[in-house]
Structures are given as structure tokens and as C-alpha cells.
Ligand binder design. Sequence first.
Ligand code: ZN
Length: 425
Amino acid sequence: MRHFLLMVLLCLAISSVGQTGEKVYFIRAAKLYDPVTNKFLANQDIIVRGRKIEKVGPGLKKPEAAEEINCKNCTITPGLIDAHTHVLTIQRMKDQLEEDILQHSDIERTLRAVSICKSYLDAGFTTIRDLGNSGQFLDMNLKRAIQKGWVEGPRMVISGPILSPEDGQFSNLSSHNNYVIDHEYRVIKNVEDARQAVKDHIARGVDVIKVVMGDGRITLSLEEVKMIVQTAHTYGLKVTAHATYDQVIDRALEAEVDGIEHGYGIADSLLEKMARKKIYLVPTIGNHDAYTRLFKDNEKELTPEEQQGLKSFIENSEAIVKKAIEKGVMVVNGSDMYLFSKIPQGEAAKNTLDTYFEACHNPADVLKTATLNAAIACGLDGFTGIIKENMAADIVAFEGDLEKDFLTSLYKVKLVMINGVILRR
Ligand SMILES: [Zn+2]
């Protein structure tokens, strides 16, 4: 009995140390974006205690010992999420996708990714979902290094190697370089192998399953994708599918994937099917300014025909974003910013949000794609993506008024907090 009491006292002592050691912040926000109501709320206060948000609302009392952060000239949002990144790969436009892998070791790619992760923090992203082209689980190594505090970066949701048809995404390889397919992808040979691949990935600790339906000569079959989805769902993981034309988009929808990545030129009927089946869309697109800058950075001149092609691609893509939102498809922010860029990747990634804004002209709808919707796609809803009680304290402050001046304010990040820790101020 005496031992029992001693244990109880010890436990109480330990927990009170934990309580008092927690950092408390009191944030006064001129405006706060709430993805649940999809509205901007004026004059909100936020109390952050430890890793969590303790309270949000107007006219809160500042707790004693709280550090006050005055955001009277700012708009506060939940930490931004980019649900489609490849931080371990960079492609120059003149090169094939595999060139980076042939030229750089795993260590070089990982060290480079550290600086890319920092650029995401600078830009206000507190979570990224990294969808492959990361060697053999380099994404896992990086995620663990960030979790351990060895390097700075956003929270990572990772897929490990992409599950793909036989050619991965390298359809122009010379035969002596075929080994890079197995370095980058998990090739699916048949239905039983599809099940094994998902189980192997889950055993390694991935957070999401990414499949490439196939862009070229060979594609995954309906039965293979169904098996991937069934197995992943049995273990509570989502499946997201790189699908770039209607035939394979429809096959992925039939297989009940959770999301479609890219969906370039998707037909209205398939958007309607997505809305019905509650499958999200990640439109990885940029606007004219972004593509012009990327072409310049990559020293690529466009012919007049190419310029015309680009113009119609952008117009068509923006129309799809607008239609998707109108039809009730959950649109999720994903930049796919793996192209060589002279500005930091994190900043370049934000152009996707500019593009969504050009498509729908509604700052609230755009922010929803990068907060609550992206949190759902990442399987992190109920944890991040909203500023409310008991959620992780993932908070970003933008100078100015995001509601009225979206395109300017979005690039003026004043504060970045992840799990109650201020990483940028
Ligand atoms: Zn991608």
C-alpha cells in the first residue's frame, strides 16, 4: 500500500512538472480563417498551450505567464498543407525525370531535400505529403530526422516508393539503366503482388499509398488497383492515384481510390462521379506567371505553338478547378513543384494557390484546399487543418488581409508555428 501511494505521488509530481513546463501563447488576430465555416472571422484570440490549441474566440482573457503575440495587422490561418510534393527529386526541363537519380546519390538527394523542407517552412507550410520519387524510403529517413529535431522541416506524410506499372515513370530509359526503375518504384507484377506491395509498404511505416496508373505503354489493371485499395483500406491507409487522362482516371475511380492526382483535362462526367463517390482531386497546376518563370529558370524558349498550347492548358486547368468546386468535388492543394526553380521550392509551390484563386476568385475556397481538405487527404483531419480546441497548434500569420488582398498577403509570412513551437517569426 505504501508503495502504491508513493507511485501515485510520483506520478502526480511528474505530471505537474509537465504542466508547468508547457509554453503558453496568447495570439491576438485581426482576422482568422476558419475552414469549417469557410469564413474569415474578425478579432479572434487564440490560446496555445504546449503542443495544442486550448481555446479560440473573441475577447479571451490572456492567461497569466502567456507570451502575447500581437497579430493585429495579420490574417491567421491553420498551417498550410501541400498535399503533393517530391522533395527528394528535382528535374531540369532539359532532362528526363530519371536524370536526377542517375546523377545524385541518396545522400546528396537527402541533404538537398533538407533545404527544400526549410523553404516550405519559410513559405508557411506546416505539413507536406510527399508522394514518391524518393528512392528507397529516403522520405522515411527525412521524416524521422525532422521528428527527432535533427533538421528543420514541416510535418511529413509519406508514401515511400510509388506503386507502378513495369516502366515506373521512365519510358525512355536505355536498357543498361533499367535498374533505376526498381530504385525509385515498386513495380506491380500482378494482383497478388499488388497486395504484397501494400503490405510491405505498411510494414515499413508509410502513411499513404501512392499509385501511378500509367502514362505510357503500360497501365495498372482494374483488378490490381482494386487489390491495392482493398488492402490499404483494411489497414486504414488512403490510396491516391496519379492519373492523367480519362481512361485511367475512370479506372482509378472504379477501384475506389481516395484521391486523384493531376486529373489533367478530366471530363465533367468524371468530376460528377468523383463528387458522388467523395473522391478528392489534387489539381497540380500553375498559372502563366509561374510557367513563364520556370521556363526562364530552365533556359527553355517556347515556340509560338508551344505558348498557345500552354495558354489553353492553363485555361482548361483553371476551368476544371472552378467546375470541380461548383460540382462539390473536394479540391486539395498540391503543387507537384519538383521542377528546377531559382526561387525556393516552398515559395514556388504557393503558386498553385494563386492559380486556384484565378480559377475561383474566392480566397476562402482556396485556403480550404490547403487546410481542412488537405488535412483530410493526408488522413490528419481531427489533428491539424483547423484552428480549434485540442487541435495541434499549427498556425501561420500572414501580414495584411488575406480575404481582401489574397495574392499579396499570401507571400508575406510573419509567423509559423508547428505543434506549438514557433519556427519562423
Ligand atoms: Zn507528382
